[in-house]
Design a binder for this molecule. Sequence first.
Ligand code: SAH
Length: 372
Amino acid sequence: MSGDRTNLLGLARAELEAFVAERLGAKPFRARQLMKWIYRRGAADFSVMSDLKQDFRTQLAEVAEIAVPQIVTQQVSQDGTRKWMLRMDQAQGIETVYIPEPDRGTLCISSQVGCAMDCSFCSTAQQGFNRNLSVAEIVGQVWLAHRELATQDGSDGRRITNIVFMGMGEPLANYRNVLPAMRIFVDDLGYDLSRRRVTLSTSGLVPQIYKLAEECNVALAVSLHAPNDELRNELVPINRKHPIAELLAACWHYIDQQNGRSITFEYVMLDGVNDKPEHARQLVRLLKGRPAKLNLIPFNIFPGTRYRRSPPAAIVKFRDILNQNGVIATTRRTRGDDIDAACGQLAGRVKDRTLVRLGTKMSALRVEAPLP
Ligand code: SAH
């Protein structure tokens, strides 16, 4: 919202209907027309909305706006992956990534400026945490990518068929804003995606998984990364609060409740850390006979990390042990790593507010210059 104008981007259908009724005395179908313009046609300007009366458009522009984040930079990888840095304020930016494949186009979006989960192998964690994104800032990433993909040269056939919350941030730690954004993604007047094509990935916030099971039915991915609590405590610190047994119970509940197919468990392959045959056998014991799929992610390196990627042969062997023992496992192909757009490489620009509390981290010395 700027001044007293309401940002219509991200308003739920019912909220938009209430807004046009209360502020403009208009019928509910006006809200539906507006949604089609905003999401399907990517309009940001009321003046182009030709099936709305001129008077109505003028009135709208006085009380409302369609405000989207601003693009700071765009990078295109050799493999066609695109990464946008979006301005969140003078000094901070978040990243959104588009990954084209022959049969689909996946948009990987962020839910927070930085992340507070502190997973030891993730570059976003090193940036620290600043704040949650608003609904408009989450939906705005899709709006912008949609527009950019449609308007750029050679855009033939490039479109968004899937949305994944696998960018910066822990989406379940921003539940309040992530849930309404997902509703826009699946609304037939919004982005009209099937619930199976919207994936929320979480490091394992157990209470929020139960809550989500009651309220939404998107696909769930869980960052497992270790087959036992000792190792997971080290890699994914939230495990100290919600250990593996508790997390898996929440996952199976989610599938029962949602009549879903399966949970995708993400597992980053770290050389000599979690990639031994014994780890694969432990995973089999946890997941065999369950509605689970494992997605092995070759570790993506970033400056300052102590980890290394598992060699290809170790990944193949690990995958074979799982598959031969009845657990479906696939390897995620690395995309966009030449532009630091691969999993765990999104750094954006974050003014870490956890430093104020902790006061000791070295990065407190980092100088924050304004974004261009
Ligand atoms: N916070 C959410 C979503 C963001 S990360 C979550 O934890 O699920 C998306 C996926 O990339 C997660 O599975 C994450 O653990 C993984 N990832 C993080 N850093 C990585 C790295 N350096 N290499 C490969 N995958 C990484």
